[in-house]
Every structure is written in C-alpha cells, then in structure tokens.
Design a protein around this ligand. Structure first.
Ligand code: FEO
Length: 208
C-alpha cells in the first residue's frame, strides 16, 4: 500500500485531463487502432491478389496508424488519464477492385480528419490548450494523408482498366514506400546523432 502512495507522489504533477477530454481521446485511440486493422486487411487483400507494391504500401500505412494510436496512448497515460484498449470493429476483408480499396482508404482518412477536428474543437471548448497543442501534429498528419490518398486515387482514375498501367502503378507505389521508409530511417539516425551530441555537450560543460 505504501509503495502505491509513494508512486502516486512521484507521478508528474501537471494538470490532469478532464473526463470529457479523456473519453474523447480514448475514442480516437480506438479509431487509430481500427485504421491500423483496416489497412492491414487491405494489405492482405492486395498481397493475395499479387499486388506486391500496394501490399507493402498498406503494411506501412497500418504500422503508421499503430504509431498514431500509441502516441495517443502515451499522452493519455502521462496526463493522469487511463488509455482504454478495447475490442475493435472487424475490418472489411475483400474488395471488388483495387480502385474500390483506395476509395475506401480515402474516405476513411476523411472520416479520421473529421474526428480529429471534432477532438480539437472539444479541447478548445474546455480550454485544454496542452491537448490542443498536442493534437496539432495529428491535424498536419491528416492533411498529408488525405493528400496522398487523393493523389493515388487520381492516378488510379487515369489508369482505368489498363492492366499494363496497373503493373506500373504497383511498381511505382512500391518504390515510393521504400523511399519513404528509407527517409524515415535517415531522420531517426539524425535524431539519435543529435541526442548523442546533446549528451556529449552536457558532459563537456559539466567537466569544464
Ligand atoms: Fe491516423 Fe490516418 O489516421
């Protein structure tokens, strides 16, 4: 019992989330988790239909959505709330065409953007400016994801039913995914290097 009390005293002391904001953030956690499952299901559909590039793109999207969910989970727990991990709505498992699948992806991203906007609105109403600020990352991310989905759909509309076009599209989207992952890794390496420099500088200042 004593150690629980001690632990509570050592917890960060910034303002806790209101119950309303906590519930709204938990709803978003669930949406991000369902997004991850939806794109994982799309990846499987593409893979079994021989669309390797599209499958790779969808696997990466699924991982990104999980990262979005985890970022929210950590935030809720660190602000004195309790992130709720619940059961999820089962995603659709098959599509008539890959165009239908990308239309579903685009519409899903619009739905997520609306949900984020609603969340931002609630934080504003409740004057929770810390959460309002935290959510700006999601606002920017959604603009980017909607734009990507829209530009992919535009390309698909250009291809139409052309099988050769589909082959090239699948190859191009694979290259794009590999390039994006490589950029991400490079950025992570730069961040690790900057952290290393910061620590070295700190010790240097302490020793001088
Ligand atoms: Fe995290 Fe694209 O929704």
């Amino acid at each position: 019992m004593e150690w629980i009390i001690f632990f509570n005293f050592t917890k960060k002391t910034h303002i806790m989330l209101s119950k309303n904001i906590e519930a709204a953030l938990n709803k978003q956690i669930r949406i991000e988790a369902e997004s991850s499952q939806t794109y994982l299901s799309m990846a499987c559909w593409a893979e079994v239909h021989g669309l390797e590039g599209i499958a790779q793109f969808m696997y990466t999207q699924s991982d990104e959505e999980r990262a979005h969910m985890l970022k929210l989970v950590k935030y809720v727990n660190e602000r004195g709330g309790h992130a709720q991990i619940t059961d999820l709505k089962a995603p659709k498992t098959s599509y008539s065409t890959f165009k239908e699948m990308f239309e579903a992806l685009y519409n899903h991203e619009i739905f997520v953007s609306e949900s984020i906007n609603e969340l931002v609105h609630i934080t504003f109403e409740e004057k929770d400016y810390a959460t309002h600020n935290f959510l700006q990352w999601y606002v920017a991310e959604q603009i980017e994801e909607e734009a990507t989905a829209k530009s992919i759909l535009d390309k698909i509309n250009l291809i139409g039913d052309d099988k050769g076009g589909l082959y090239l599209f699948d190859r191009d989207i694979q290259q794009l995914t590999v390039q994006a992952l490589s950029l991400l890794t490079q950025n992570k390496k730069v961040k690790v290097y900057l952290e290393y420099l910061k620590i070295t500088l700190f010790f240097y200042i302490c020793l001088c």
